[in-house]
Design a protein around this ligand. Structure first.
Ligand SMILES: [Zn+2]
Length: 244
């Protein structure tokens, strides 16, 4: 069973790829927020907008109006406000489902439930991020049929080429992502025309292990601007790289 799981993870990473060529003259930095605490919708979005930037918010309908890790989650109104202000709303399963441990029928039903939640509240639904960054080959293939792209975690930046079915993203966590790492990743992205996707959760002065501070978020934005990166939501970044 363990061997099967290892093989499945290996196959999931190396099979069923959908290539996106990077290598534009400018690097792109994207900022995303998973599960979507209320603070990401308010303070997080406001900080992005100070830099004329918009972000991507990966929503679980099952967390709407809820509390997660003692942080208040978004309301429907928060999500609709984000859309009006030009941010991207995307799917993160309805129930924050671990896609690597869930049968396909149950997973499809959970995705469907989230898409119905999006439809009910007139939210656009295009992209997807795997909760916990967890996926296997069947869920990677199924997600690629349903969504325009899928984002994982994994850390680091993407140079040269990206897999639209498993876009790599880097944590932006105040307690564990140091300033040198942020600077070096943005610098590498800028100099090589790559694509760096940050992800975080809450945005507060006193975040938990999976959140960021206003200072850390602002510092990443400032560096990206100083190094002349485009700052784009994930779906817009794909369009940027696909443009001639
Ligand atoms: Zn999540």
């Amino acid at each position: 069973m363990l061997l099967y799981k290892k093989l499945s993870r290996f196959a999931a990473r190396h099979v069923a790829k959908r290539y996106l060529n990077l290598g534009k003259s400018r690097g792109v930095v994207s900022f995303s927020f998973d599960d979507v605490p209320a603070s990401a919708c308010h303070l997080g979005a406001e900080i992005l907008e100070r830099y004329q930037a918009t972000g991507t918010f990966y929503v679980c309908g099952g967390l709407t109006d809820g509390v997660e890790q003692s942080h208040a989650c978004h309301t429907v109104q928060d999500l609709q406000n984000l859309v009006v202000r030009g941010h991207e709303i995307a799917c993160h399963t309805f129930s924050h489902t671990n896609c690597a441990n869930t049968g396909l029928a149950a997973l499809e039903a959970d995705w469907q439930r989230n898409q119905e939640f999006f439809s009910q509240h007139r939210l656009p639904k295009v992209g997807f991020a795997f909760p916990f960054g967890a996926y296997d080959l069947p869920s990677k293939i199924a997600a690629s049929r349903r969504f325009s792209y899928s984002r994982i975690t994994g850390g680091g930046t993407q140079i040269g080429i990206a897999d639209l079915n498993a876009l790599r993203a880097q944590a932006l966590y105040a307690q564990s992502t140091d300033a040198d790492t942020i600077f070096e990743l943005i610098q590498q992205t800028a100099s090589k025309g790559g694509w760096l996707i940050f992800y975080s959760h809450e945005v507060t002065t006193n975040p938990g292990p999976w959140g960021t501070t206003p200072e850390q978020l602002e510092s990443a934005l400032r560096i990206a601007k100083q190094l002349s990166c485009e700052i784009l939501p994930v779906q817009h970044a794909i369009a940027f790289f696909q443009s001639p």
